[in-house]
Write a protein that binds this ligand. Sequence first.
Ligand code: GLU
Length: 293
Amino acid sequence: MRRTRRSAAIALGAAAAVALVGCASGTPGGGTGEQPFEVATDVQLEGSETFDTMMADGVVRIGVKEDQPNLGYLDSTTNERTGFDVDIARWVAASLGFDEEAIEFQSIPSANREQALVNGDIDFYVGTYSITDGRKEQIDFAGPYFVTGQGLLVAADSDITSEADLVAGVNVCSATGSTPIQNIRDNYPDVETTEFDTYSQCVEGLVNDQVDAVTTDQAILIGYAAQRPDEIQVVGEPFTEERYGIGLPKGDDALRDHINTMLEEGGETWQAIYDNNLGDSGVEGTQPEVDRY
Ligand code: GLU
């Protein structure tokens, strides 16, 4: 398993390095420059199998989202990844001694996150990933590093104004394998659901009148609404609590402790990452207390 992964990684690492050289001019806030943290040197992390693999490969593989503006986003023109989650991921990598060029980002949709970690396809995952007991059966979480809640995105002229309007005849779209789709199924049984792999597909469905609402974390929805302010809007108050964690292979306590300590001791860095990515977005948040479960 590991061996296959390693050779693929070398090839991919080389490709990533080429891609990075290709866009070395960069834009503010992303990539290697202007980050509120430094790349650690001489890092030792005894007892972490995940870290041992990263060191042996010289690569850190991080699962992310790439269609969630302000959180996890890939600009297909510049090839640049931006967002709060992506910068948290870069900060974790830097704390382990890996700079931008040693990171291989992989876009992994909500439904495939646990399996990617269980398979060893990625070393950790940072992408609007709610900490839940069910997921903890397969993987572990460091954090939380952010808290938001489930919200609703509707057309600008919609009659839906809050979750109280989620009744029979309403069709709500969300991502497969996510906590919001599960919440709708469990607690709004009359509502029709449409599922896609990603929330951006749901947003397309909304603007094309195929669904009546998109539901997921309000922090995500605010990013979509900002892209099309004349067409779509976020309505109502958040109606769940979603605590975002950094997904880790199960049982790697050394890595989990390391990241939790980084978060606990890095309040200023956290704030700078928040300000850089979410400060002007309307997504409110303060750093939550780490849960060393
Ligand atoms: N935070 C929720 C979850 O982890 C929704 C966002 C997502 O799917 O990434 O399921």
